[in-house]
Design a protein around this ligand. Structure first.
Ligand SMILES: [Zn+2]
Length: 214
């Protein structure tokens, strides 16, 4: 097996997700788009921290899975659908991180309570409606919730984030979890004052250049 750049990057992302304790047990999963238009994804039942390059499952550009491999994450359809509908996606991370999941169980979106909500691409981080995990229905609901967004919550489930590669997707998932925690605690103390539409538009306009050096 050739250790491709994508394979190495996905294993590093899974290890990082594991050490960040972003998802309990084997609940978190991640994927990367491969150069030929297929994807590599973590195997079902895989504890992220223990992932090895040979454990990753390849799904070819037609969505076919060679059964001589391990079985892919039961949530592979969600990843697959995001790559189909969002050509800018090069990596996807899904997890049941604590505070994002608490809000998702209340079927709450994260509103513009903090300017960093813009990190997901808009003035809120939406919550996709509930559907059975692993189902085609959930894949379509999640991909739809990601219109103009790079992250969303999943009702009664968790969160998902994508980026140009899995490292960026994980960084966004961590940011979403931090925002979810701040929003959750803010709700316990009378609730936050939300930013106005104009204030968030100013953030979004400036955010295009955020973190970029000359
Ligand atoms: Zn899940």
């Amino acid at each position: 097996m050739v250790l491709s750049k994508e394979r190495a990057q996905l294993v590093a992302t899974l290890h990082d997700m594991g050490s960040a304790q972003l998802s309990p047990g084997a609940s978190g999963n991640a994927s990367v788009k491969t150069a030929d238009g297929g994807i590599l994804i973590s195997a079902t039942g895989q504890v992220a921290a223990n992932a090895r390059p040979a454990d990753l499952v390849y799904i070819n550009p037609d969505g076919h899975i060679d059964e001589r491999q391990l079985k892919p994450s039961s949530e592979w359809r969600m990843h697959w659908q995001i790559y189909q509908d969002h050509p800018d996606a090069g990596g996807v991370v899904h997890c049941h991180s604590r505070y994002a999941t608490v809000l998702a169980c209340q079927r709450r979106e994260i509103p513009a309570f903090h300017y960093m909500v813009a990190v997901a691409g808009g003035d809120s981080i939406p919550c996709a409606p509930y559907a059975l995990y692993g189902s085609q229905e959930l894949s379509l609901l999640v991909s739809h919730a990601l219109q103009n967004r790079k992250a969303c919550l999943l009702a009664n489930h968790g969160q998902i984030a994508y980026g140009s590669d899995p490292v960026k997707a994980l960084a966004l998932a961590k940011e979403v979890e931090a925002l979810a925690a701040n929003y959750f605690f803010s709700l316990q103390n009378g609730g936050p004052t939300l930013l106005s539409e104009q204030e968030m538009n100013d953030v979004l306009a400036q955010y295009v250049n955020y973190g970029r050096q000359k």
